[in-house]
Design a protein around this ligand. Structure first.
Ligand SMILES: *Cc1c(COP(=O)(O)O)cnc(C)c1O
Length: 222
């Protein structure tokens, strides 16, 4: 078994049933993705459009691609319809643009809204209050070709386990509060949180999807 196949198996063995493993393959070559594919992995995530596009063309068609990076408006066209799930929608303007592009193409684009709960200011995403306000206003009802499937978030990058726990708890609470604010919302149940260093804690707080890169593919060379 290759290193990637055995690490993939090791990660999988720790996941409870019902938690989906998203293999974060950014900065890794197609050969590495192939090894994971041959070991049965079908969901991969990329954070840069210029990597997503050639990889979708090089990999088999049954791969489901998630986009997890900051998406610039002028590149949205390349991602809509190509990514099965855009996890990193971080503004209403981007959401509206995606909706317009998806409607033009006659598809339904699945997305997650990215929520910012971590201590770092640099990390992007909706503030929890702004996200709740979006649902309270019922703005999602104007979307024609976009399905909001849930939320995505990251914990603070720290060794402080209590802070990480608090961040994941805040994300779980936020999804619950969204359901309360928008009782007519359907199919908005994805809670994507947890990375290589903290995914067990994310699962303990109800993650449905974990995004694991380094623990499968090894360190990235930027
Ligand atoms: C890179 C990245 C990950 C994976 O991080 P690892 O620590 O390598 O597991 C998960 N989520 C997002 C949004 C990322 O950008």
């Amino acid at each position: 078994m290759s290193g990637i196949a055995s690490r993939l198996e090791a990660v999988r063995s720790t996941l409870p049933e019902g938690v989906e493993l998203v293999a974060v393959s950014k900065f890794h070559p197609v050969e590495a993705l192939r090894e994971a594919y041959d070991a049965g992995q079908r969901t991969f995530a990329e954070s840069r459009v210029q990597e997503l596009v050639p990889k979708t063309e090089a990999m088999p068609p049954d791969v489901r691609w998630h986009f997890i990076g900051h998406l610039q408006r002028n590149k949205a066209k390349l991602v809509v319809g190509r990514a099965d799930l855009i996890e990193s929608v971080d503004s209403e303007a981007l959401l509206e643009l995606i909706d317009r592009l998806a409607a033009e193409r006659g598809i339904v684009q699945r997305v997650l809204l990215e929520a910012h709960v971590a201590a770092e200011e640099a990390k992007s995403g909706f503030e929890p209050g702004a996200l709740l306000d979006y649902f309270r206003r019922g703005a999602y009802r104007n979307l024609r070709a976009t399905h909001i499937c849930g939320i995505m978030g990251m914990a603070t990058n720290t060794d402080d386990a209590a802070r990480i726990d608090a961040d994941f708890a805040a994300l779980a609470t936020l999804l619950h509060d969204i359901h309360m604010a928008a009782p007519d919302l359907r199919g908005c149940d994805v809670l994507s949180m947890g990375m290589s260093d903290d995914y067990p804690a994310a699962i303990a707080h109800g993650a449905t999807h974990v995004r694991v890169g380094t623990a499968i593919f090894g360190p990235r060379e930027y």
